[in-house]
Design a binder for this molecule. Structure first.
Ligand code: UD1
Ligand code: UDP
Length: 347
């Protein structure tokens, strides 16, 4: 029996690393959509997380939502017709995820969604459409939290739902002890503020991005910012000065975990990074109006809607040791649980 994994964007490679090769009883086919393609956004994860070379690369690249999703669908459909998999595994909430879900549903191939049921209820996010549509095309829904199971229930999705925990927690546990020389190579001392931003709501508007950079410059601690290419392109296009912020290329996953570990505060709009802040017990300011991970609120994460309040919020949270409830995201054995369920569910 054949299982096809479809991935294409940075967080999907990290999730895949915790599952690929675990599906006993299946031959696994790996498809890369090509949504992310810079070395530091794609190949670095294959080289450092032991993911093998994809069997197919769809060459989708960047483009509008319709271009990206449409191109991925056209190419992925060809792969599925040729390979005839018993199941397609899709991950998270990117355009690549949606493309895989639609292709599978229309070819009547079972779709298994890893990270199902996650909702921000913010329809200004393209990911919210991807999540909802992907879930409604899936027959196996691997929910990361009890809240995600509830969300699915509210939409009438009950069959095929399994609370397996968060696959990102598996990856975190697997790689968080790996040695990294990132501190040395960047000449960093512990205690800095780590920033990642890539959401259109923060980085696609000149006023918003300039305001964020202005406020980051006021922070007392050094700020280290591994920058997503979308954000770098906006900064260059808008001519926003970097000030004293240490902007670096995106880093590999092990290096990123190393930076998170040594930081005193994390500021982000990333879904993955806000969970990693919780896993690594770091205070975290999320520069968004909503989060699809409400479990984190009142724990390690606060949402900051008004960027002018960043300095005050940062001083309050900086270096604070987070005491909080644990266990919202399972036990780090999500990959094994998914493999077990696939084994008995896919005939
Ligand atoms: C995508 C996902 C988002 C996810 C993020 C993870 C969608 C709608 N969005 O956002 O949910 O959180 O990936 O990082 O699927 N670019 C490069 N090199 C690359 C990749 C992108 O230069 O390797 C630039 C291009 O200018 C591109 C822009 O980044 O237009 C945005 O890339 P895209 O894949 O469309 O969306 P992300 O912002 O990366
Ligand atoms: N990440 C990384 N290098 C970086 C920035 C992020 O390896 O320079 C990792 C991060 O540790 C997390 C994942 O990428 O595991 C999050 O991806 P991203 O923020 O791009 O997307 P999101 O999770 O918001 O969909």
């Amino acid at each position: 029996m054949k299982a096809v994994h479809l991935v294409g964007a940075r967080p999907q490679f990290i999730k895949l690393a915790a599952l690929m090769g675990k599906l006993k009883g299946f031959s696994e086919v790996l498809v890369h959509s090509g949504q992310h393609y810079d070395y530091q956004m794609s190949q670095v994860f294959f080289d450092t997380l032991g993911i093998r070379k994809p069997d197919y690369h769809l060459g989708v690249g960047s483009g509008s939502h319709a271009e990206q999703t449409g191109k991925a669908m056209i190419e992925f459909e060809k792969v599925c017709i040729a390979e005839k998999p018993a199941v397609i595994l899709i991950y998270g909430d990117c355009n690549t995820t949606l493309a895989g879900a639609l292709v599978g549903a229309k070819l009547q191939i079972q779709v298994a969604h890893v990270e199902a049921g996650v909702r921000s209820y913010d329809w200004s996010m393209p990911e919210e459409f991807n999540r909802v549509l992907a879930d409604h095309c899936s027959s196996l829904l691997f929910a990361p939290t009890a809240g995600a199971v509830e969300n699915l229930g509210k939409e009438g999705i009950i069959r095929g739902v399994h609370n397996v925990g968060d696959i990102m927690y598996d990856s975190f546990l697997k790689y968080s002890k790996s040695p990294s020389n990132v501190m040395k190579s960047l000449s960093l001392k512990p205690g800095f503020v780590l920033v990642t931003l890539h959401r259109p709501s923060n980085v696609d508007s000149k006023e918003k991005l300039a305001a964020i950079f202005g406020e980051l410059s006021k922070l007392e601690k050094p700020v280290v910012f591994p920058m997503h290419p979308r954000t770098r392109k906006s900064l260059e296009r808008f001519g926003i000065p970097l000030g004293k912020i240490k902007v670096i290329e995106p880093v590999g996953y092990v290096e990123m975990l190393g930076l998170e570990r040594e930081s005193s505060l994390i500021i982000t709009d990333s879904g993955g990074v806000q969970r990693e802040a919780y896993f690594s017990e770091k205070p975290c300011i999320v520069l968004r109006d909503s989060t699809e991970w409400p479990e984190l609120l009142g724990q390690t994460v606060v949402l900051l809607k008004n960027i002018r309040e960043l300095k005050v919020a940062a001083s309050r949270m900086m270096g604070q040791y987070c005491t909080f409830e644990k266990g919202f995201f399972g036990d780090g054995k999500t990959g094994e649980k998914i493999a077990g369920i696939l084994r008995v569910s896919i005939k």
